[in-house]
Design a protein. Structure first.
Length: 309
């Protein structure tokens, strides 16, 4: 066969009709995007000589990925969620925005509507044999001014790497809270040290990762949304610094500036002063929010979220 099929007039006309480009009506931008995606797919099939059997295997994979509710899991695993972050970083830089706590991916495991409290919270409502963790910090603007009344929405996994709501063995909103910063912009919470998340070993995401020679593990981490009127919403995570997967996250979320020191406390007087009888850990992490401005790209990402009953 000389020449490519994708570049023939017949296929060009086919793809034009597929995207509705040959007729009025519909959304012009969507038409152009669908045209690009359909063209790139067909070109990939031809370039890699994908057989019909291989193609229908892929269709079956995507169908089962959706049925298993794992699309939101594969997307970060393919680096696309991180790519969206890098694009947003670049758009902000071009608009002249500098500083602020780095953003990183939200991931698919947020649940809206966690209990709200002022200044402090305790996250571990389900009893669990874990290392006690105290986290505290201040929300400030980029000039160092405290931000009182900011909402720090925090969520993390338990000692088995499972998230409440998605893991039915945990109670609703276990390890999920919203904390309003006090008059000096401070927040603090008590919890337990999380373990890293791992993709379901027999799931569809892990199936593809295995075929790529990759693991599906994340380092232990704690998620945050930080919001305050007049400021850009921050979506980020901090890592537990001694995790073996710290720089080998299957979801590519580890970033410079998001790895605070994890301090372990073994002094009996300190342990007693905290009302505990075992060593504990602390993390200090301050957030720096950027002011909102008209010229900046939208920072609030609209995305479907679960809500516990
Ligand atoms: C997580 O935040 O734990 C997560 C992020 C991306 C994919 C899977 C899990
Ligand atoms: Fe997570």
């Amino acid at each position: 066969m000389s020449g490519t099929v994708i570049d023939t007039q017949e296929v060009k006309q086919l793809l034009t009709r597929v995207a509705g480009l040959n007729q009025a009506g519909g959304d012009e931008r969507l038409k152009r995007i669908v045209h690009r995606v359909a063209t790139d797919l067909c070109r990939t099939i031809e370039d890699f000589d994908v057989s019909p059997t291989e193609f229908w295997t892929a269709v079956s994979y995507v169908t089962r990925l959706g049925q298993a509710n794992e699309v939101g899991l594969l997307v970060p695993g393919l680096g696309v969620e991180t790519f969206l972050d890098l694009l947003m970083d670049e758009k902000e830089r071009r608009a002249g925005l500098e500083g602020g706590t780095p953003r990183t991916i939200e991931g698919p495991l947020y649940v809206a509507g966690a209990p709200l409290s002022k200044g402090k919270a305790r996250l571990d409502q389900d009893p669990e044999q874990g290392e006690v963790l105290f986290v505290d910090g201040q929300v400030r603007d980029t000039e160092g001014k405290p931000v009182p009344g900011a909402i720090v929405d925090v969520w993390h996994a338990n000692t088995k790497g499972g998230y409440s709501f998605f893991d039915p063995s945990q109670s609703a909103y276990n390890l999920r809270r919203r904390i309003e910063t006090d008059a000096e912009g401070h927040y603090r919470f008590r919890s337990i040290l999380p373990s890293g998340y791992g993709c379901p070993p027999n799931g569809m995401t892990q199936q593809l990762l295995t075929a790529l020679g990759r693991h599906g593990n994340r380092p232990a981490h704690i998620h945050f949304f930080v919001e305050a009127p007049g400021y850009r919403k921050l979506t980020t995570q901090i890592n537990i610094s001694d995790d073996p997967y710290l720089h080998d996250d299957f979801a590519f979320a580890t970033r410079e500036g998001l790895i605070p020191d994890l301090v372990r406390h073994t002094d009996p007087d300190e342990i007693k002063a905290r009302g505990l009888n075992e060593p504990f850990a602390t993390i200090r992490f301050d957030f720096e929010l950027n002011r909102e401005a008209a010229a900046l790209p939208e920072a609030v990402v609209m995305r479907d979220h679960a809500k516990a009953a």
